[in-house]
Design a binder for this molecule. Structure first.
Ligand code: BV8
Ligand code: ZN
Length: 259
């Protein structure tokens, strides 16, 4: 594992980006930090500063305090709507186009629920933890747009029009299983890739946190892009301790200087 902070990135990395046919990028909250969206580890802002997100993002919190949890998601949706994809998101969209243009496969696996990768233009996005802009019925699992139906003035909780069940955000809470198809596809792509970029994740939340290790065990070149150390840092072949919004555009410039 070698640490690189100087401006010229290693030839082995640039060559891998230019020539590898199966590339996977795993992203966490850190890639959205430069869009102004607080990561799970940063203190929450304002009203929400008093709560630990890991205690709000649980079925128990929704059971005990549904209006508080729905209010938190509404606050986060409004914050995300006002945010823009940053150069890190945009670089991953360019990378997908370049890899696909030469017949390769680029898979973006994200733990984020903010849709910023899709807004930046990525087509192949696997959302391991759902999406904050969707709601679903906790009983019949019918999916609805996030704000549907708005909490009526009486403050009654939104009910499912099909079965009158409870409407909740279509995200994965702590203690809940991940969407099986998304997880299986993420594992399949991770197992067969030859370059794995782990970007902006503390590599703590399971089972997503096991993917970088799986890539490494299968012999992929593994690169961690994070200003701070994580449990994966000692294992990664290359650790680039910089912000994703700085590093990823530079990676593209150096890999394809002519463009
Ligand atoms: C499950 C959606 C079982 C909701 C989220 C083993 C041991 C201990 C506990 C467990 C275990 N296995 C499972 C668990 C329980 C738990 C877990 O892993 N807990 C952790 C805390 C130990 N896992 C679960 O509960 C999972 N479910 O395993 O269920 C099961 C199985 C079958 C059937 C039933 C049950 C579900 C986990 C999903 C939870 N939902 N989000 C929402 O968003 O509201 S997780 C949420 O937190 C995020 O999605 C994200 O994944 C996670 C935070 O992690 P990161 O994305 O990494 O963000 P974080 O803030 O932590 O770090 C940011 C990083 O970015 C930092 O490293 C920072 O340095 C870096 N950074 C900052 N700025 C930048 C940057 N990097 C680059 N550039 C920058 N500019
Ligand atoms: Zn229903």
């Amino acid at each position: 594992m070698s640490k690189e902070n100087d401006h010229r990135l290693s030839e082995s990395l640039l060559e891998a980006v230019r020539s590898t046919s199966q590339i996977v990028a795993l992203t966490g909250a850190g890639i959205s930090a430069e869009s102004g969206i607080p990561t799970f580890r940063e203190a929450q802002q304002g009203l929400w500063a008093q709560y630990d997100p890991q205690e709000l993002a649980t079925p128990e919190a929704f059971q005990d305090h549904p209006r508080r949890v729905l209010g938190w998601y509404r606050w986060r949706r409004d914050l995300i709507r006002r945010a823009q994809p940053n150069p890190g998101h945009q670089a991953l969209a360019v990378l997908e186009r370049k890899i696909q243009a030469r017949g390769g496969q680029f898979t973006l696996i994200t733990q984020n629920v903010d849709s910023l990768h899709q807004r930046a233009g990525n087509q192949q996005v696997i959302e391991l933890h759902g999406n904050i802009f969707r709601s679903r019925c906790a009983d019949c699992h019918q999916v609805h747009p996030a704000e549907f139906p708005r909490q009526d003035q009486s403050g009654d909780l939104p009910r499912c029009p099909s079965c009158n069940g409870t409407i909740r955000p279509d995200v994965v809470w702590f203690g809940e299983g991940l969407p099986q198809s998304a997880l299986q596809e993420a594992i399949a792509r991770t197992s067969s890739c030859t370059l794995f970029l782990s970007i902006g994740t503390s590599t703590v939340v399971q089972p997503a946190a096991s993917l970088p290790f799986m890539a490494h065990d299968r012999g992929a070149l593994t690169v961690e892009i994070n200003p701070h150390n994580t449990p994966f840092s000692p294992t990664a072949d290359l650790i680039l301790q910089e912000q994703a919004g700085q590093l990823l555009p530079r990676l593209l410039e150096q890999a394809w200087p002519e463009t």
